[in-house]
Design a protein around this ligand. Structure first.
Ligand code: ADP
Length: 542
């Protein structure tokens, strides 16, 4: 017997229609590439998205065509999020921090047809325009007045002109909810990047789950500033969830330095933000140095790499901002777990709470997870046994674009490449990425734990722990440290700092200092590069 409920496909356009109808007055504020602050409403945004949907039709976008962006977080990028997917195209957010050769490779692989870009990236576009195979139209995301006087990009179009030339009336089409909506590539730390193709259905389900109180916890009373770029897994879904709940949105554009961010947090009364730990380091450094406070910020979502407890303490104890530690992947749309305490943990001491918060958290409804040993057998949830983390759910990849890499699943589960433990309350903690694991005498040493301790040292700005070859133990931990500006600290000070905090045999064998730790295109420490740099490092033999 079937239920007797309406059959409505889950489509991204419904988020926009809802936002316009029920939260039409809500504001979207953007710091633009042109340098000004732009301000309008969801109602305005919806109208301009429809104009852009008409423009895409004129430009020849057919259902399923890939439309690429190379852009910051701004209102124009948001308009494209809805115009492209809503009209049946596939929004492909390219990462401008990648090397131009990689951008060309990815755009060719995706067979992008149209490319929208912020003026910041004009030099990149000029360098690649004649090299990309399938892109036939380039659009600069600016007004006529700011268009370059001359350019090597053939037939360059102007975003604002396209908007003006097209009518705001457009009926969003209805189609199968399993239709592809957007595309992101993995970073390709090993091998070529692979395409992750989201659907309308997966996006809507992810949006619903991500907004829940025990997930990102966003509502119409919030003002959200996504620091996480819209080219990093769709800014963790915030451009969708803000429409779903009717939250005010503030887009930082290219201004991701501490000063620009802090100004915007204060002037727009931001309550919620999200980003990777490295970007918060810049902001907190600026605020510490200038003795600044937040007056409205209440929560920040930190993920993408492990949030050091020292950063959590700083946010929570010094600035009164609650940290929500979250974990996910491009392959997971991205949200898998978020760390919010359970009711029964209310009575824990501050230190005990912090120990829970340092974990990556509990699975949101829709995501199931398990950890397995080397033989594939499931491991107990005791907070100790660590194994590979596998996940499944309706917003988790079933295969990569064009079947690259073959079938990624094992018995219907997606192996994440992360090593984790899960405690009896269901809190998952990542101890490492499997390719970063340090194996000393056959036993794993969790590099994230060692980094977290080092980063609690007042003189340490950033620390990465990598495996260095060792004649007896195969591998031993080597700690690579970037000091805070003007701070003084020695190898011995740091090694002494580990005493009593960790099993003695986990203590790094050596500490080296570097001017900068290499970061990847999404702000993560590039341990592969560090391993290459210190391939011949001789550990002191005790
Ligand atoms: P990539 O870094 O491969 O481009 P993603 O941005 O999809 O891709 O990153 C996913 C990976 O980032 C996860 O598999 C995990 O290793 C790491 N990661 C994400 N969030 C966290 C977190 N909170 N703590 C530790 N690692 C994390």
């Amino acid at each position: 017997m079937n239920g007797l409920m309406m059959q409505q496909p889950l489509l991204i356009s419904s988020l926009l229609t809802h936002a316009e109808r029920h939260h039409g007055e809500q504001q979207i504020v953007s710091r633009r590439v042109e340098g000004d602050i732009h301000r309008y409403s969801f109602r305005d945004m919806a109208g301009r998205s429809r104009r852009m949907a008409n423009a895409l039709g004129t430009l020849g976008m057919k259902p399923g065509d890939r439309v690429a962006t190379l852009a910051w977080n701004t209102h124009r990028h948001m308009e494209l999020y809805y115009a492209v997917s809503g009209a049946g195209g596939v929004l492909h957010t390219l990462n401008p921090r990648l090397h131009p050769d990689q951008v060309v490779w990815i755009a060719d692989h995706a067979e992008d047809q149209i490319l929208f870009f912020d003026l910041t990236f004009l030099p990149v576009i000029e360098a690649i325009a004649s090299r990309v195979k399938t892109i036939r139209t380039f659009v600069a995301m600016t007004s006529r007045a700011h268009m370059p006087a001359s350019t090597k990009v053939p037939g360059l179009l102007c975003f604002e002109e396209l908007c003006e030339q097209h009518a705001p009336e457009f009926a969003w089409p209805s189609f199968d909810e399993n239709t592809a909506s957007s595309l992101c590539y993995t970073s390709g730390t090993t091998g070529n990047p692979k395409g992750v193709l989201y659907s309308h259905r997966s996006t809507i389900l992810h949006t619903m789950a991500s907004a829940m109180p025990d997930a990102l916890n966003v509502s119409t009373r919030d003002c959200i500033l996504p620091v996480v770029p819209m080219f990093h897994v769709n800014a963790w879904g915030l451009p969708y969830s803000a429409c779903m709940v009717g939250a005010k949105l503030v887009f930082p554009g290219p201004g991701l330095d501490g000063k620009s961010l802090h100004e915007l947090f204060e002037s727009e009364k931001v309550t919620v933000s999200a980003g990777v730990p490295t970007v918060w380091q810049g902001l907190l450094g600026y605020m510490d140095g200038n003795d600044l406070k937040f007056s409205t910020m209440r929560r920040t979502i930190i993920g993408g790499s492990a949030c050091p407890p020292a950063m959590m303490r700083s946010f929570q104890e010094r600035y009164g901002v609650q940290v929500l530690h979250a974990w996910g992947m491009t392959e997971m749309s991205p949200i898998g777990t978020v760390c919010t305490l359970k009711g029964m943990q209310a009575g824990l001491s501050a230190d005990e709470k912090m120990a829970v918060q340092a974990k990556q958290g509990r699975a949101v409804f829709g995501v199931d997870m398990k950890i397995v040993g080397e033989d594939g057998a499931e491991l107990p949830w005791d907070g100790k046994a660590a194994g590979e983390l596998l996940v499944r759910g309706p917003w988790i990849i079933s295969q990569y674009l064009k079947g690259e890499g073959g079938n990624p699943l094992v018995d219907g589960w997606f192996p994440t490449g992360d090593v984790a433990n899960i405690d009896a309350n269901g809190f998952m903690q990542i101890t490492d990425r499997s390719k970063d694991v340090i194996k000393s005498g056959g036993e794993w040493i969790g590099s994230i734990d060692l980094e977290n301790i080092a980063m609690a040292h007042p003189a340490v700005a950033m620390a990465a722990c990598i495996a260095a070859p060792h004649p007896k133990w195969d591998e031993r931990p080597l700690l690579v440290v970037m000091k805070k500006p003007n701070a003084e600290v020695t190898r011995e000070d740091i090694l002494a700092f580990y005493e009593g905090k960790i099993a003695k045999w986990w203590t790094p064998d050596d500490v080296v200092f570097v001017d900068a730790i290499p970061l990847g295109a999404t702000g993560k420490m590039q341990k592969m590069k560090l391993r290459e740099m210190f391939r011949d490092h001789k550990l002191p033999t005790a």
